[in-house]
Design a protein around this ligand. Structure first.
Ligand SMILES: Nc1nc2c(ncn2[C@@H]2O[C@H](COP(=O)(O)OP(=O)(O)OP(=O)(O)O)[C@@H](O)[C@H]2O)c(=O)[nH]1
Ligand SMILES: [Mg+2]
Length: 417
């Protein structure tokens, strides 16, 4: 199976800054605060689209930044929110955290969305902070920076059809005949060492993706030969295509071995539609044997990749089998969640360091990032927010001392009791 893999960095749009301003009118000596709020930054979504087939485009565009909100202005004018941004990816894209490798989302359906970069909140203007205690606040909040995520996107190209057979059955030869793939072919076992994928065009509108894996031998499910590692690759294929060279050994025995190994690997293979094909029809003995075998295996086929005999009929049969199976699956699959959100919502976490503490947590980090540190009143406001969040109490319990360094959202502060 081929894996397409790219790394991208997504940053939500930054919120706009709030504004500090006061009403100025004739005959009014000092008017009230009227600074507007900044607009929220736009979110960034990763969206599955049936129009895309690979992750190639993202290779040339690894950084995505959301639209920022505009700043608030005087006369209580609020900033505009940034518009959301969409990153299109093919269906089947798995989104992982680049550092922890945790799977955050599996985008399966057309239009399914993953919120990868929350936009930052717009900062409050000074009008918002007017209260009985402080009628003329002379500070505003800064816009919150957007959430940043470094992601790894992986696309497993899923094959519709998986070919299983003993070594030398003629799997790779078939794939090279019907598709664009160019696997290695030779008359010794285990010519194929890694899976090959080929795309077969039946006509303008119908394509099949076929996977050819290394030959399977008896005991493969326990790790014999090479096939074992690759059984999991055909787990995700929808139709199993058995290839048997009748000349090699008793075909009934071969069929039992192949089926057994599959079932030992996973029960799921039981329900999977299977197509049985005898190969190398151009060899006279094979043709003779098939006359007898076809009585026993009534739905089996005989083909020759050398002469092309039976090949297009087989492709047609594979197409029909696949379509029937897809129809059956459609009735069974539950609707996926339309949007999955990445959240980091613990109130806060505190990690002790050599000279103090590192604090993480959405609310407190946001409050710090939105503070204008040049403004005395702004600092006082932050102090109140942190106090209310319970952070100071928690730090106290953890034994914080006067002068300790507290790092919140990358900003260093000194702890005072
Ligand atoms: N006469 C004849 N020989 C064939 C045909 N298909 C494949 N062969 C030969 O059979 C041998 C094995 O073919 P491969 O396609 O490499 O077989 P495979 O199943 O991929 O084998 P592994 O990769 O080792 O599992 C080669 O020598 C092919 O030329 C056919 O239709 N007719
Ligand atoms: Mg091969």
């Amino acid at each position: 199976m081929f894996i397409d893999r790219v790394r991208i960095k997504v940053t939500g749009g930054a919120g706009g800054n709030g504004c500090t301003s006061f009403l100025r009118e004739k005959f009014v000596a000092q008017g009230g605060p009227n600074g507007g709020n900044g607009g929220d930054g736009g979110d960034v979504y990763i969206v599955a689209s049936s129009r895309l087939g690979t992750l190639q485009d993202l290779r040339y565009h690894p950084e995505w930044r959301g639209n920022r909100g505009t700043h608030g202005m005087g006369s209580a004018m609020h900033g505009k929110c940034g518009e959301d941004l969409e990153i299109p990816v093919p269906m089947g894209t798995v989104i992982k955290d680049r550092h922890t490798e945790e799977i955050l989302c599996d985008l399966v359906e057309d239009g399914q969305r993953f919120l990868a970069g929350h936009g930052g909140k717009g900062g409050g203007g000074n009008a918002r902070f007017a209260s009985g205690k402080n009628r003329v606040p002379k500070f505003h909040e800064m816009g919150e920076p957007g959430q940043e995520l470094e992601l790894q996107l992986e696309l497993k190209l899923m094959a519709d059809i998986g070919i299983v057979g003993l070594p030398n059955a003629g799997k790779s030869t078939f794939l090279s005949r019907v598709s664009n793939a160019t696997p290695k072919i030779a008359d010794y076992p285990f010519t194929t060492l890694t899976p090959n994928l080929g795309v077969v065009s039946l006509d303008e509108y119908r394509t099949l993706v076929i996977a050819d894996i290394p030959g399977i031998i008896e005991g493969a499910a326990q790790g014999k030969g090479l096939g074992h590692d690759f059984l999991r690759h055909i787990e995700r294929t929808k139709v199993l295509l058995f290839f048997i060279d009748p000349l090699f050994q008793d075909p009934r025995e071969t069929y039992d071995i192949l089926l057994n190994e599959l079932l030992e690997h996973s029960d799921e293979f039981k329900e999977r539609p299977k197509v049985l094909v005898f190969t190398k029809a151009d060899i006279t003995e094979n043709k003779e044997q098939f006359e007898e075998l076809s009585q026993e295996f009534v739905d089996s086929r005989l083909i020759s990749s050398a002469t092309g005999e039976g090949v297009s009929d087989l492709l047609q049969l594979l197409w029909e089998t696949l379509e029937a199976y897809n129809r059956k699956l459609e009735g069974q699959e539950p609707e996926p969640e339309p949007t999955v959100e990445y959240t980091y919502d613990a109130p806060f976490t505190i990690t002790e360091t050599e000279d103090g503490f590192i604090v993480d947590g959405k609310k407190v980090v946001r409050a710090v990032r939105m503070t204008n540190f040049d403004n005395e009143e702004g600092l006082h406001h932050l102090d109140i927010v942190l106090e209310k969040s319970g952070l100071y109490k928690a730090l106290q319990r953890m034994g914080a001392e006067e002068g300790d360094t507290i790092v919140i959202g990358g900003v260093e502060m000194e702890y005072r009791k």
